[in-house]
Write a protein that binds this ligand. Structure first.
Ligand code: NDP
Ligand code: 2IT
Length: 451
């Protein structure tokens, strides 16, 4: 019998931990997937013999580099940059770039691993990658951010390309940063190509890319509710974060008749018992995105609301919860509180916002619980559509793109049903997403042999 054959899950995870010391986020992401995949591949000899899961959980490559830049006072500053190219079995590497002081190799490896399954679920030909830096954009001038982005791209450009690896935005990276990076890429290579997504509309960007992640997470939620004959009208929702994903999720919930009670940032959360309307959401967008303000200032603009410093919003009673800030922001006890307060649906806008304990709590309660790799795939899906538009050198209309986003989210929901329907009216969306994403990538890898 080959050495690869049938190690059990604890033995497999021991190996992952041993090979990835001090990388808890990466180990966590692998474990969450492996818990479902082990059962699925139990009787599928070829996946074992070819060590497919082991190979997906080993990035194709991790590029790590120094990023030097000069601040406004003339000081030389040194940051770390990375690009993790996890797997390109079904298409060029694709995934965002994150600028945040908490970025480590472990964080980017977990994100690139998750991205591999997420991108497969979209049905578009995209592999999984992720990049970023421990650069902290907070408190930096626009010129400092520009110089940092230019320096970052001066190394990154060697590793990316429209048919190789196509980065986009993530935490701390929005349209402005994509512009600075694209400008530098073009300057170095003299190549105007779809090498980044999330571009401005005048220079190759796609309509609704900005809105797509948050909108998609709510479309996914609507699909889940529909399996119970329900919709969003009159439902209360608690949302964390106040960036791109959170504000657009809030906007779509309000458009579909729901009531958004909270938003948050790293300083705490605001609770608005009247609910946020479009005007309040616009205030948050402009305050957080354009002025880089703090969410606590919301209560000065809207005095009926309260601010809760240093807290997450999961204690506010709600029917629906959408974690849209960052990884491990919703812990086991938060999940238990949500369930005790009657929460019936969770759609993750962020990547791995729920810790493993929390995932197990949601699964045991058999609520409608969508993991980020399924529910937040709308952003990368529209990135994929941006790539197609760039290749065709044309732009599709807004209503066409809106419909494509809705169809893609419905398709992901169907894939989750195909592998996650447990009978008795319970759908395990985590299992469904893990298996559907894995199967597509794994079958492509089988075709390539041992590489
Ligand atoms: P933004 O930078 O626009 O916003 C991030 C928000 O999360 C801010 O409110 C920020 O607060 C908060 N936040 C970030 N880190 C922390 C932390 N360590 N603790 C508490 N709050 C934190 O990012 P996005 O909205 O783009 O991304 C949010 C999540 O969605 C991430 O998990 C990202 O990976 C995921 N995602 C994003 C996609 C996209 O298209 N942008 C696509 C799919 C997933 P503060 O302002 O105080 O830092
Ligand atoms: O986590 C994600 O899916 C993103 N940050 C978006 C990636 C992309 O390539 O659009």
């Amino acid at each position: 019998m080959a050495v690869s054959d049938h190690v059990d899950l604890p033995t497999f995870m021991e190996g992952v931990k041993k090979r990835n010391p001090y990388q808890p986020e990466f180990v966590q992401a692998v474990q969450e997937v492996a818990e479902d995949i082990f059962e699925f591949i139990e009787d599928k000899e070829e996946y074992h013999a070819q060590q497919i899961l082991r190979r997906i959980a080993e990035p194709d490559r991790v590029v790590s580099f120094r990023v030097c830049w000069e601040d406004d006072n003339g000081n030389v500053r040194v940051q770390r940059g990375w690009r993790v190219q996890n797997n390109n079995a079904i298409g060029p590497y694709k995934g965002g770039i994150r600028f945040h002081p908490s970025v480590t190799e472990s964080v980017l490896k977990f994100l690139a691993f998750e991205q591999t399954f997420k991108n497969a679920l979209t049905g578009l030909p995209m592999g999984g990658g992720k990049g970023g830096s421990n650069f902290n954009p907070k408190g930096k001038s626009v010129r400092e951010i520009m110089r940092f982005c230019q320096s970052f791209m001066t190394e990154l450009y060697r590793h990316i390309g429209a048919d190789i690896d196509v980065p986009a935005g993530d935490i701390g990276v929005g349209g402005r940063e994509i512009g600075f990076m694209f400008g530098q890429y073009k300057r170095i290579t003299n190549n105007f190509t779809g090498v980044l997504t999330g571009k401005g509309l005048e220079w190759g960007g796609s309509l609704i890319r900005t809105e797509a992640t948050g909108y998609g997470a709510v479309y996914f939620l609507a699909n889940m509710l529909a399996t119970k004959g329900e919709d969003l009208v009159g439902k209360t929702a608690v949302i964390s974060g106040s960036g791109n994903v959170a504000t657009h999720a809030a906007e779509k919930i309000v458009q579909l008749g729901g009531k958004v009670l909270t938003l948050s940032d790293s300083g705490g959360f605001i609770h608005d018992p009247d609910g946020l309307d479009q005007e309040k959401i616009n205030w948050v967008k402009s305050h957080k995105t354009h002025r880089r303000g703090r969410i606590e200032e919301y209560v000065e603009a809207f005095p009926n609301a309260t601010f809760h410093a240093g807290k997450t919003p999961w204690g506010v009673p709600c029917y629906l919860a959408l974690p849209c800030a960052t990884q491990n922001e919703l812990l086991g006890d938060d999940a238990r509180t949500l369930i005790a307060n009657g929460c019936k649906g969770v759609s993750e806008g962020a990547n791995m916002p729920t810790d493993l304990d929390g995932v197990h709590v949601f699964k045991a309660a058999k609520i409608l619980y969508a993991p980020g790799k399924a529910s937040n795939a709308g952003g990368v899906a529209v990135s994929g559509l941006e790539m197609s538009q760039n290749s065709e050198r044309r732009s599709w209309k807004e209503d066409e793109l809106q419909q494509m986003l809705k169809d893609i989210m419905a398709g992901i929901h169907q894939s989750c049903l195909a592998y996650g329907d447990q009978g008795g009216g319970y759908i395990d969306y985590v299992k469904g997403a893990n298996i559907a994403g894995f199967k597509k990538v794994a079958d492509a890898m089988l075709a390539f042999g041992v590489v």
